[in-house]
Design a protein around this ligand. Structure first.
Ligand SMILES: [Zn+2]
Length: 129
């Protein structure tokens, strides 16, 4: 894209500079074979300056883009995803304890809600909640 614009600018600048040169030396009034007036001298000079600037811009546009266009073409979103989204599985150590609603204060065992007395040491069970 920039390279094509550089070529266009280069060609336009060259044409403008040549046209300015022609205009600059165009004679608008001759007197016995000698030129006495250059009617397009200002316009020609302007066209030459403008054309020269366009040529320089065209050269710069033509020379630079190869290195500057590469990072713009590369996708900026190609970074690897950070592993922070990983969540460890919830611990499965609690369901048995939660299902047993009675607790023995002597041996520390847990029993279902229908147990009133510990089968091991006959202690009276207490409710966990
Ligand atoms: Zn017990």
């Amino acid at each position: 894209m920039a390279r094509a614009a550089g070529i266009v600018s280069l060609v336009l600048g060259a044409v403008g500079a040549i046209a300015g040169l022609v205009l600059y030396y165009s004679c608008t009034r001759t007197f016995f074979g000698g030129c006495v007036q250059y009617g397009f001298r200002d316009v020609g000079l302007l066209a030459m300056i403008f054309g020269g600037v366009l040529v320089v811009v065209g050269i710069v546009l033509f020379a630079i883009p190869e290195k500057q266009a590469m990072p713009a073409v590369a996708p900026p979103y190609a970074y690897p995803m950070p592993p922070s989204m990983y969540q460890p599985p919830v611990s499965a150590a609690t369901p048995n304890v939660q299902r047993n609603e009675m607790f023995c204060p002597t041996c520390g065992n847990h029993y279902p809600a229908e147990y009133k007395v510990c089968p091991r040491d006959s202690s009276e069970l207490r409710s966990i909640s």
